[in-house]
Design a protein around this ligand. Structure first.
Ligand code: IPT
Length: 268
């Protein structure tokens, strides 16, 4: 038997760690995995990927590409009656999903910084084309508003370390200097740390940096990164178990996975 995985760019750490877990768990269960990668989440690219995997007669599909609700629903219809599990959709999408709670992650990051006494908090969000990036940004803004604060600056990167580096230079050049920055993923946080090192800004002395993901290298950054952990291995394993197990026909299953705060040296 075979599972199909349609993944966002595997050059990014999070999708590659999910794919690794999927491949390993599926292997343990006697399933092969066919991977189709889309670097563009346009609906046409995703439809082609679904059709390509259907043609190879996969027994179930996992889709880890950021998708709007309606697009996910149309892809599910395209693949029917094959079971399809989505990993990067909103919590509301009417499809089978396994997603980490973005509001909880945002709340954990904001609360951590407020507890450390920060109030000039900058936000470095992910790309507007990613549902999860938008949900994290909205969550940060809501948690800050609940504390009577507004972000002192907002920028958007494209998930890459390079974009984090470039946007950090912009954020740190503003008149109001942030005393902390919430970053939408660890790769961009790596770029922020590099920009700080170049500008002689001490982390965490002058700027606290909080990432998002806890990919396997994040504990090895300088300083080791405080971040919101999404347990990618567990998510990949649960996804495989769901697809290879018994699913009740016609019942939509939406699993929400908790995230946790991992405090390391980049915040104080
Ligand atoms: C999300 C990661 O948090 C982010 O770093 C980036 O890699 C993105 O994936 C790529 O699409 S995790 C996803 C399961 C919401």
């Amino acid at each position: 038997p075979t599972l199909g995985l349609i993944s966002a760019d595997l050059a990014l750490h999070a999708p590659s760690q999910i794919a690794s877990a999927v491949k390993q768990r599926a292997g343990e269960q006697g399933y092969a995995v066919l991977i189709s990668m889309v670097t563009d989440n346009a609906e046409t690219c995703c439809r082609e990927a679904v059709q390509e995997l259907l043609a190879q007669r996969v027994d179930g599909l996992m889709i880890n590409v950021p998708l709007e609700d309606e697009v996910a629903q149309r892809l599910r219809a395209l693949a029917a009656p094959l079971p399809v599990l989505f990993l990067d959709v909103s919590e509301q999408a009417a499809v089978n999903s396994l997603v980490f709670s973005p509001s909880q992650g945002a709340q954990l990051g904001v609360t951590h910084l407020l507890e450390q006494g920060h109030s000039r908090i900058a936000l470095l969000a992910g790309p507007v084309t990613s549902v999860s990036a938008r949900a994290r940004l909205a969550g940060w803004q809501q948690s800050l508003a609940a504390a009577g604060l507004t972000p002192c600056a907002v920028a958007r990167g494209d998930w890459s370390a390079q974009s984090g580096y470039e946007k950090a230079h912009g954020l740190l050049a503003n008149a109001t200097k942030p005393d902390a920055v919430l970053v939408a993923n660890d790769q961009m946080a790596l770029g922020v740390l590099r920009a700080c090192a170049e500008k002689g800004i001490a982390v965490p002395g002058q700027l606290s940096v909080v990432g998002y993901d806890d990919t396997t290298d994040s504990a090895w950054f300088t300083p080791p990164l405080t971040t919101i952990r999404q347990a990618f291995r567990e998510a990949g394993e649960q996804g495989v178990d769901w697809l290879t197990g018994e699913s009740e026909a016609g019942v939509i299953r939406q699993t929400r996975l908790p995230v946790t705060l991992v405090v390391r040296g980049s915040s104080a």
